[in-house]
Design a protein around this ligand. Structure first.
Ligand SMILES: [Zn+2]
Ligand SMILES: [Zn+2]
Length: 183
């Protein structure tokens, strides 16, 4: 669960911990993604500290070949949640000094949804790759070289390399004639 009633834990002594299993669909990038893992909540002197490791897979666009792929992500969360209501007296508490802090609502519900979303976005790589060895797109015809090798001539290369590419071509011709010979 990601919406946890912490009214009991707020009454417990500092240091008390509880663990919760997370197995929830959460909207991260516009689509719902299954988030799974475990979160531990610890009572501190002023808050409840949520700490957990979660896993998900997001549909991302490969930065090299532009195809959609499923990218596994590990989301490590560590956030403090401040109560807004005094658990004993029921009176409102001042909001925490730190701007952007997470709060526990007046019904003592600690909602992890937003934190999970924020941490998941931070876990997304800057340049996602569908695979370490993604071949990318052909600069000439634009075909995805992972799926369809094209017949485009190699891009004009630095003249200093032309000797080398001629050598490579000669090698290819040799191997072709060899294959013919063995048939
Ligand atoms: Zn790719
Ligand atoms: Zn091509």
């Amino acid at each position: 669960m990601v919406k946890i009633n912490v009214s009991q834990q707020l009454k417990e002594s500092i240091g008390s911990t509880r663990n919760y299993v997370v197995n929830e669909m959460i909207d991260i990038t516009g689509d719902e993604s299954l988030i799974q893992g475990e979160v531990g909540l610890m009572r501190t002197d002023r808050s409840i500290l949520a700490k957990g490791r979660l896993y998900t897979e997001l549909e991302l666009t490969c930065s090299r070949c532009l195809s959609l792929f499923s990218c596994p992500l590990t989301i490590n969360i560590e956030e403090e949640y401040f109560p807004t209501t005094d658990i004993v007296t029921g009176t409102s508490l001042p909001l925490p000094d730190e701007p952007g802090s997470f709060t526990i609502d007046e019904h003592n519900i600690l909602d992890l949804t937003e934190a999970i979303g924020q941490y998941a976005l931070m876990a997304i790589p800057m340049k996602p790759l569908c695979g370490e060895d993604c071949a990318g797109l052909c600069p000439t015809c634009g075909s995805n070289l992972n799926q369809t090798p094209c017949n485009c001539p190699p891009k004009p290369v630095d003249p200093r390399w032309s000797r080398l590419s001629k050598l490579a071509l000669a090698d290819n011709q040799v191997s072709v004639t060899e294959q013919k010979g063995t048939k």
